[in-house]
Design a binder for this molecule. Structure first.
Ligand code: DX5
Ligand code: ZN
Length: 226
């Protein structure tokens, strides 16, 4: 396999009042990563959690915490997120045009894996320099809904971005986020996505473990065989 599937339930759809138990439940059901949506009420019109919650959760799990920062000033959060125990730190390219190099270096030196996300309206070309830079990001997150809320409808037109990235970067981790589930995974996996965020489709399912394994199987099947 050129890239491995990473199935990342979005904890935004979990019961936040029972976060440790929800995290354990997802890991026990086969989740590879736990996707943590950090929103500042400014970059997006919603306010969720921050480093203190990551720090608390870290005491209960060894899981990879895939943190998606929907914030206007990502630089301000690198140190605290690193100390809190975040594993991946994905910032939005729209707010890092001036300082992405410094930001990526700081994320790495804080012991996290850097990723870059793009909103639906942002052209994919904007992330190319970050993947090809001297200190490159290690993941690109293609938003398949407008960031801010779970439970929205998947935008198939975003698959052009995924295809373009996969063609250029065969071994890059490409994540899709928003509206992913059994009815949309085939198109995303075929386009080349290997990291799959899924909130409502996992937490809203009678058997979340079955959804997680279905997502994984779709990514595996879509992998090139040569
Ligand atoms: C949206 C978040 C997503 C969200 C996905 O801004 O980035 O991670 O939780 O939720 P679903 O899978 O329900 O679309
Ligand atoms: Zn997210």
């Amino acid at each position: 396999m050129v890239v491995s599937p990473k199935i990342a339930p979005s904890m935004l759809s979990s019961d936040f009042a029972n976060l440790a138990a929800e995290a354990k439940r997802m890991v026990d059901l086969g989740a590879d990563w736990l996707h943590m949506d950090i929103m500042d009420g400014h970059f997006v019109p919603n306010l969720t959690i921050g480093a203190p919650v990551i720090e608390s959760l870290r005491k209960h799990t060894n899981a990879y915490l895939d943190c998606h920062l929907m914030v206007t000033n990502p630089m301000d959060y690198v140190e605290q997120m690193g100390k809190a125990g975040a594993s991946g730190f994905t910032f939005h390219v729209e707010v890092a045009k001036e300082n992405w190099q410094e930001l990526v270096s700081k994320i790495k030196s804080t012991g996290m894996r850097p990723g870059v996300a793009l909103r639906p309206g942002t052209p994919v070309e904007e992330v190319y320099p970050l993947v090809e830079g001297e200190t490159p990001v290690e993941m690109v997150l293609v938003m398949t809904v407008e960031p801010g809320f779970g439970g929205q409808k998947f935008m198939p037109s975003m698959m052009d971005k995924v295809r373009a990235l996969r063609q250029k970067y065969p071994t890059l981790d490409i994540e899709v986020d928003g509206g992913l589930g059994p009815s949309t995974i085939e198109v995303a996996a075929a386009a080349g996505a290997n990291c799959i965020v899924a909130g409502s489709s996992v937490f809203g399912a009678p058997e979340p473990g079955e959804v997680i394994s279905l997502l994984r199987t779709s990514v595996e099947k879509a992998q090139p065989t040569t």
